[in-house]
Design a protein around this ligand. Structure first.
Ligand SMILES: [Ca+2]
Ligand SMILES: [Ca+2]
Length: 216
């Protein structure tokens, strides 16, 4: 009887701690190629050096224009209200292959950035010929500034990464409530077992796992 009470109390305290300790970060990594929806001409391609051996892009040649069509959408269930940052593992050859549009609802409006060309949603991707991490920013006329998104409640959110310039390559999306601009502190990473097995709260009392939700 005593042990039961202790374990119930421990469970409650541990749950509260998980939700409320400041400084305890929550993060999640998702392979870009495992987006819930991919609209052509955004496609999945193979690269042995990419995480999971695959990445997404609108196929294109270096140093040429073109783009503006196709996107990938991710349904992300957030376990707690809060402010989040995004990192992308990217590859961008040059100034003609280094931008995407990013909207994350409901923090962002339901706006088609490819149509409106709203620079608030324009991500200026850091160039580099090898896969590297880049904090998702917005590239305004005054320069690039790291973005963050505030969500007032838990549950379903919709992240869309839409093609702006073709040949901009995306391997992994990393979601974190650690808002540090320093890669060494935010620790973006590729997906591991914890991303598939961590229980998350789904509307109401149901507890599920990311792997189960993926199969729904
Ligand atoms: Ca291009
Ligand atoms: Ca990948």
């Amino acid at each position: 009887m005593f042990n039961n009470k202790v374990s119930v109390i421990c469970t409650i305290i541990c749950s509260l701690l998980l939700i409320s300790i400041p400084g305890l970060t929550w993060d999640r990594a998702i392979e870009a190629e495992k987006a819930d929806k991919i609209e052509a001409p955004m496609i999945v391609s193979d690269d042995a050096k990419a995480s999971g051996g695959k990445f997404i892009w609108m196929e294109g040649k270096p140093a040429t224009g073109g783009g503006g069509k196709g996107w990938a959408e991710f349904i992300i269930n957030l376990p707690k209200a809060g402010t989040y940052a995004l990192w992308g593992k990217v590859l961008a050859w040059d100034g003609n292959s280094d931008s995407l549009w990013v909207t994350w609802q409901p923090a962002d409006p339901n706006e088609d950035a490819q149509a409106t060309q709203n620079v608030q949603f324009r991500w200026g991707v850091t160039q580099g010929n090898d896969w590297h991490w880049d904090r998702i920013n917005h590239w305004l006329d005054a320069g690039t500034f790291d973005r963050e998104w505030k969500f007032n409640q838990t549950g379903k959110t919709t992240l869309r990464l839409a093609v702006r310039e073709d040949a901009t390559m995306l391997d992994v999306i990393f979601i974190t409530d650690n808002l540090s601009a320093e890669e060494a502190e935010a620790k973006p990473r590729t997906p591991n077992a914890s991303d598939a097995a961590t229980p998350v709260e789904v509307k109401g009392k149901l507890t599920s796992t990311w792997a189960q939700m993926k199969n729904r």
